[in-house]
Design a protein around this ligand. Structure first.
Ligand SMILES: [Zn+2]
Length: 254
């Protein structure tokens, strides 16, 4: 009898966690109020370069993300409530759990749970309602030629984003941050995993353009500007990026 009771309580708790996550997920894209997006910088390589970069980071450096969301929302006929407010927090000293290298779904679930627990412990927020948490891991570009994959999780509304600690990379960093942020709202990738090329039509900012090439903007979830059938360029910043129709639908703007 006691065992049955314990199992019952456990099931009740798990249901509570699942319903809580589902509610946060749904409410984050109701767009009835401005969604807070919390940013926590992390000195991921413990280098002096990253430390110096983090010391000089200001809220204004992330304002283009807010501006981009506001302008794109307006383009889809949404008012200012369909937007976000970026909040910059102090640097975090702990590193978030490393995502699994393998494609094993059980490992991915285990990592997602660990990441959510870590985020709960390390990412402070203020105020009510669902809020997004983005952990920005900065690396010295002189020591890291390539960065690992960034991840945005819709469950838990959190992102683990790898970036370069360089002022020259700031505009492109904001593109990566916005891409991962939109993952937390349920937007999907719109590029081909093998070739990295944007998928047609959903990965094109203006798919109906004639002639089709060269495009001048990147669809944010495709990440690149298709300039020919076989070539795509990295946008210089959010000013060369748009939210396509499919992404707009995924984040409940349409
Ligand atoms: Zn992605």
């Amino acid at each position: 009898m006691f065992k049955f009771f314990r199992v019952f309580i456990l099931l009740l708790l798990l249901t509570g966690v699942a319903v809580g996550a589902w509610r946060a997920k749904t409410r984050s894209v109701e767009w009835n109020y401005t969604l807070p997006v919390n940013i926590y910088p992390v000195n991921a390589d413990t280098s002096a370069v990253s430390a110096e970069y983090l010391r000089n980071l200001k809220l204004v450096d992330f304002k283009p993300v807010e501006k981009f969301m506001k302008e794109e929302a307006a383009r889809y006929g949404r008012d200012t409530r369909a937007s976000i407010e970026v909040r910059l927090h102090g640097a975090i000293l702990n590193l978030p759990p490393e995502p699994p290298r393998s494609a094993n779904p059980l490992e991915a679930i285990w990592w997602s749970l660990q990441m959510r627990w870590w985020s709960y412990r390390n990412g402070e927020t203020s105020g009510p309602g669902p809020q997004v948490k983005l952990f920005l891991l900065y690396f010295d570009p002189a020591r890291y030629g390539r960065l690992g994959h960034s991840t945005g999780l819709q469950k838990g509304l959190l992102g683990r984003v790898n970036l370069y600690a360089s002022r020259d990379m700031e505009n492109q960093n904001n593109v990566v941050i916005t891409h991962e942020f939109l993952h937390t709202l349920g937007a999907t990738d719109k590029y081909d995993l093998a070739s990295n090329l944007p998928k047609y039509p959903e990965g094109y900012a203006i798919p109906e353009q004639t002639p089709r090439f060269p495009q001048h903007f990147a669809e944010i979830m495709a990440g690149r500007i298709p300039v020919s059938e076989s070539q795509a360029e990295i946008p210089a910043g959010l000013n060369e990026t748009m939210i396509g129709e499919k992404t707009a639908r995924e984040i409940n703007w349409l």
